[in-house]
Every structure is written in structure tokens, then in C-alpha cells.
Design a protein around this ligand. Structure first.
Ligand code: SF4
Ligand code: SF4
Ligand code: SF4
Length: 221
């Protein structure tokens, strides 16, 4: 997986154009603006890491850095009925994102059509202010582009092709749900209405859009 900086940035530019006409994840034909979000149902997660691998493959994320990290904690209750807990670290696509407000060049931005927080590598000067400002510690400097990078919900890859994020497509247990907070008829909105969900570090006022359905007891490996 050895894309040059030129290839990488060229892809970003081309894909960004395609993203504007995507049917699944940008504005609708009627121009309605989306506010895309994700739910990780930890009760359905089996810790297989297929999501991690798919993210790395689809978004050409080099070894040594990651846009998505799947945490496996445990075993708990090891002597009797051992079980593990699974959680996800990735960009929360905060509604009030400190990474955007500290960026001096406008490289960190929110996509108007989708609500996705993204990075323009052409504008990034690598100052790392955003990395310091992100309370979720999910940003890094990409070793090839030398620009800040993180999960973009596959805006420039799968979404640009009218597909779901790579992690969602790869998950064998349907533990990940992706959808539009502005669409009351979406599966995501229905889950949020009917199930108890949590978000990380709400007290910071970032208004994150990565939800989790916590498990009291999760699967065995
Ligand atoms: S999680 Fe971090 S990188 Fe993602 S939008 Fe929030 S502050 Fe920015
Ligand atoms: S590293 Fe890039 S995206 Fe982050 S604050 Fe600096 S210019 Fe903005
Ligand atoms: S692919 Fe699905 S089940 Fe596997 S670790 Fe990721 S979220 Fe969990």
C-alpha cells in the first residue's frame, strides 16, 4: 500500500467532486442537508476487527496510524463465565468541533451537505493544533500526505460511490448503523428513539455524533 503524496491528494480532490453527487450520503435531490452520524452497538460487537481492516484498506491508511481503533477489554469474570467488552475509538464528528475552531488555515472543516467533519490536505500546514485540541485523541499526521487525518465516514471513498462507510459494510453482525439525524424515518433515528445510547465526553460541549449502545456483558472471543 504505497500511494505517493501526489496520488493521495489527487484522489482526494477527484473524490470530493464525486461526493457532491452521491445519493446516499450528501444532500438529497431536493437539496435537503444531512447530518450524518453513527451508532456502535456494543451488544452486537464480537471484536472481529473487520471494521478496522476495511477502513485501512478502503482509505489507504498506512500501518502505524489508524482512523478507527477497536478496543477489546477483558476477560471479565474469568473464573466463571468469561466475557469481553468491545468499544470503538474514531472521530465523533462533533457538532461543535474544537479541531475546526483552532485550525488557522481552514483545513479542518465541516462539510455543509453531510455534516461530516473533514480535513482538506491541500490547506493543511501540519501545525498539529487540531491534534492537540481534539479531546477524543483521534487525529494524527498522515505519514504520506503530511496532513492531519482521521475518520471522515469514508466521505471521499465509499460515500463518493454511493456506498456505506467501509466499517459498516464489513461488519458481520450489523453492530454499526450509519444514517441521517435529520431524517426521522432513518434506521439510525429509530434506534436513537427506542434504545438507550451514550456519547463520550458530553460535558465538554462538543456534541459528538458517534453513539454507542453499551453492553453490561458482551461476547466471548
Ligand atoms: S472527535 Fe476530534 S477530530 Fe473528530 S470532530 Fe471531534 S474534535 Fe474534531
Ligand atoms: S494540522 Fe492541518 S488541519 Fe490541523 S490545525 Fe494545523 S492546518 Fe489545521
Ligand atoms: S466489524 Fe462489527 S463486530 Fe467486528 S469488531 Fe467491528 S463493529 Fe465489532
Amino acid at each position: 500500500m504505497s500511494l505517493s503524496r501526489r496520488q493521495f491528494l489527487g484522489c482526494s480532490a477527484a473524490c470530493a467532486v464525486t461526493a457532491a453527487i452521491s445519493t446516499d450520503a450528501s444532500s438529497d435531490a431536493d437539496g435537503k442537508v444531512k447530518n450524518l452520524a453513527m451508532i456502535h452497538d456494543e451488544t452486537k460487537c464480537i471484536g472481529c476487527r473487520a471494521c478496522e481492516h476495511a477502513c485501512r484498506e478502503v482509505n489507504h491508511v498506512p500501518e502505524g496510524v489508524s482512523r478507527l481503533k477497536l478496543n477489546i477489554d477483558g476477560p471479565f469474570n474469568a473464573d466463571e463465565d468469561p466475557y469481553y467488552r468491545f468499544s470503538r475509538d474514531s472521530c465523533q464528528h462533533c457538532q461543535d468541533a474544537p479541531c475546526i475552531s483552532v485550525c488557522p488555515t481552514g483545513a479542518a472543516f465541516r462539510d455543509k451537505e453531510t455534516g461530516i467533519v473533514d480535513v482538506d490536505p491541500f490547506k493543511c500546514v501540519g501545525c498539529q493544533y487540531c491534534i492537540a485540541a481534539c479531546p477524543y485523541r483521534v487525529r494524527f499526521i498522515h505519514p504520506v500526505t503530511k496532513a492531519a487525518d482521521k475518520c471522515d465516514f469514508c466521505r471521499k471513498t465509499n460515500l463518493a460511490e454511493g456506498r456505506l462507510p467501509a466499517c459498516v459494510e464489513a461488519c458481520p453482525t450489523k453492530a454499526l448503523t450509519f444514517g441521517d439525524l435529520n431524517d426521522p424515518d432513518s434506521e439510525l433515528a429509530a434506534i436513537l428513539r427506542h434504545q438507550r445510547t451514550e456519547r463520550a465526553k458530553l460535558d465538554l460541549g462538543t456534541n459528538p455524533k458517534l453513539f454507542r449502545i453499551p453492553s453490561q456483558k458482551a461476547g466471548v472471543l
